[in-house]
Design a protein around this ligand. Structure first.
Ligand code: FAD
Length: 284
């Protein structure tokens, strides 16, 4: 175990890392992997002491969140509540208080779990991930950062330094829903995030993403295309969400749920969210 204290030290030790090395932040995912034997790293770099990665600050055109920010940090930050309201809602759904105190934004991204609660929200909020190494830094959209099941485009010598969330349009309406086995402390069976504007009775800027319905977090592109520029009606929303659950989702049967249930639930949850956000009477 190596314990860098500054970002510079972390990048120096990482420069020699192989694909078998692991970064450790809060440890809420990694410790489970060690325990189950899924991960056998040759070296672990503990980032918890790199305090300069733990911040929330306003930046030109948006909000920058250090990768070591925990879910609790987000909940406690007035800046985050104002500039990334949906992310704060999702952070409140992550585990119990002990988990929130350790679960970091960088760790959530790094695990690249298809069941992440923060993932769909980050996608809908157009988040950009900043990766740094001794070679320099680069920023990629979160949709491109995840490349597959628990896979990302991070190179061995890079770490996630921060996430940038652009300021949301003033008139944007946003929502997040998670379906789990029980109200608290459960990994999602289906999780959906949505943002849209209603301009002169017409839906604009629809963005939606879901978790636990494919091998990675997915944008609901079929849904976005079907709704953008349309006057919302129950029939339109019902057809669009049914098509999206069929085309955008690639669910599987696993210990938490069945593919059939996930597809049906995705449709029902997305439909309810859109009806609520669009202000259509009798939304469920
Ligand atoms: C009981 C329990 C309940 C949970 N409930 C939820 C839940 O409801 N919703 C949910 O979404 N998740 C949940 N999780 C999963 C977990 O808490 C989150 O994914 C958390 O955000 C991971 O952050 P961490 O700091 O603990 O990551 P770690 O375990 O430290 O690391 C996770 C991965 O990210 C990599 N990593 C960490 N930091 C960086 C960095 N800065 N740069 C590059 N890579 C990095 C690590 O190498 C590792 O591969 C739960 C976990 C437990 C144990």
């Amino acid at each position: 175990m190596q314990r860098p204290r500054t970002l510079e030290q972390a990048l120096e030790v990482l420069a020699r890392a192989t694909s078998s090395a692991r970064l450790l932040a809060g440890g809420t995912d990694l410790m489970v992997e060690f325990e189950t034997g899924r991960t056998h790293p040759d070296v672990v770099f503990d980032l918890w002491g790199v305090k300069e990665l733990r911040y929330v600050r306003a930046e030109n055109g948006g909000l920058r969140l250090g990768s070591l920010s925990t879910c609790r940090d987000l909940l406690d930050s007035a800046l985050a509540r104002e500039g990334a309201d949906l992310l704060v809602l999702a952070a409140d759904e992550v585990g119990a208080e002990q988990i929130k105190n350790r679960a970091t934004l960088g760790g959530n991204l790094g695990t690249a779990s298809p069941a992440s609660d923060l993932g769909p929200v980050l996608s809908v909020l157009r988040a950009r991930v900043r990766l740094v190494s001794l070679r320099g830094e680069r920023e990629v959209s979160v949709d491109d950062f995840w490349t597959g099941y628990r896979a990302t485009q991070r190179a061995n010598d890079e770490l996630i330094e921060s996430v940038f969330i652009p300021t949301c349009p003033r008139d944007e309406r946003r929502g997040f829903r998670k379906v789990g086995t029980r109200r608290a402390q459960s990994i999602s069976k289906v999780v959906v995030a949505m943002a849209l504007r209603v301009d002169g009775g017409v839906l604009q800027g629809v963005r939606s993403a879901a978790g636990s319905v494919a091998e990675r977090i997915v944008r609901l592109s079929t849904l976005e295309r079907a709704l953008d520029g349309q006057r919302p009606s129950r029939a339109l929303v019902s057809d669009a969400t049914r098509d999206s659950a069929r085309v955008d989702a690639r669910p599987i049967d696993d210990v938490r749920s069945t593919a059939r249930y996930r597809r049906a639930t995705l449709q029902r949850v997305a439909e309810g969210l859109i009806l609520d956000l669009a202000g259509i009477e009798g939304a469920h």
